[in-house]
Design a protein around this ligand. Structure first.
Ligand code: NAD
Length: 261
């Protein structure tokens, strides 16, 4: 338990399923009040709200596109209207498009960058302005990926966006540290969520991914949520500008296992 989180208010983008959903449920276990953003899956977001309320917490589901200013403004407003303020903003929403780089259209490129990178900027800007204008502190958690570090052919737009999120996190962590605002990044490895559903439904692809992980296990969304709740809490009060890898060791170069190479 992280007692300091009790009654704190969090916005979680892309919270209707996958990692964002697990973070919403984990935050609610700490009795936080949660704004669960969804883009299209209203039923998923509402199911999370219901589950949180049944367990004595409070949450609201809010439809918004994080790649727009109106979208992120609606999320902040929902936090203020429903719960009186904002303490933690989690930029989790993301998506990927696989296409060889010489074939990706500008529209596809802009969509991936818009949601995964510009969406992080817009969400962070909204939270920062709220804290600065109200002389408050808070913290931001961004969701990047091991692909902020590992190149990923045919996913150049995604890897570019996640690399951008890493340096954005580090830059604004430094910029706002004197104001008592912390900004951190989580880099998940291969996690069992809808984004990977098609790939992991194929046994061969599942096993191939598993073989790239020293712990030989695909991660669960809850593994990422456990990292997020710690970063949100005062137990991480001296932690800013860092990337916490939650990847079973994927970034350790598994191909070199047993002295190979
Ligand atoms: P997911 O597909 O289950 O969830 C992504 C969420 O983002 C969905 O709820 C979706 O509706 C939302 N979203 C997409 N576009 C949006 C928009 N314009 N506005 C608002 N919400 C939008 O995927 P996930 O695995 O839970 O991914 C969560 C985050 O973790 C993403 O940023 C992803 O890149 C990152 N990540 C995931 C993995 C993994 O293996 N699952 C690995 C590394 C990083």
């Amino acid at each position: 338990m992280f007692n300091d989180l009790n009654k704190k208010v969090a916005v979680i983008t892309g919270g209707s399923k996958g990692i964002g959903n697990a973070i919403a449920l984990r935050f609610a276990q700490e009795k936080m009040n949660v704004v669960i953003n969804y883009h299209s899956d209203e039923a998923g977001a509402q199911a999370a709200v219901d589950e949180i309320r049944e367990n004595g917490g409070d949450a609201v589901a809010v439809k918004a596109d994080v790649s727009t200013e109106t979208g992120v403004k609606a999320l902040l407003q929902a936090a203020i209207d429903n719960f009186g303020g904002l303490d933690v903003w989690v930029n989790n929403a993301g998506m990927e498009i696989q296409t060889p780089t010489h074939k990706i259209t500008l529209e596809e490129w802009n969509k991936v960058i818009g949601i995964n990178m510009t969406g992080v900027f817009l969400g962070a800007k909204e939270a920062l302005n709220y804290w600065l204008e109200n002389d408050r502190t808070g913290n931001i958690i961004n969701m990047s990926s091991v692909h902020q570090q590992i190149p990923w052919p045919t996913f150049a737009s995604y890897a570019t966006a996640k690399g951008g999120v890493k340096l954005f996190t580090e830059t604004i962590a430094m910029e706002y540290a004197p104001k008592g605002i912390r900004v951190n990044n989580i880099a998940p490895g291969a996690i069992n969520t809808p984004i990977n559903a098609e790939k992991f439904a194929d046994k061969a692809q599942y096993e191939e991914t598993q073989s790239m992980i020293p712990m030989q296990k695909i991660g669960d969304p809850e593994d990422v949520a456990d990292a997020a709740v710690w970063l949100a809490s005062d137990q991480a009060k001296y932690v800013t500008g860092t990337t916490l890898f939650v990847d079973g060791g994927m970034t350790l170069y598994a191909a070199f296992q047993d002295g190979k190479g």
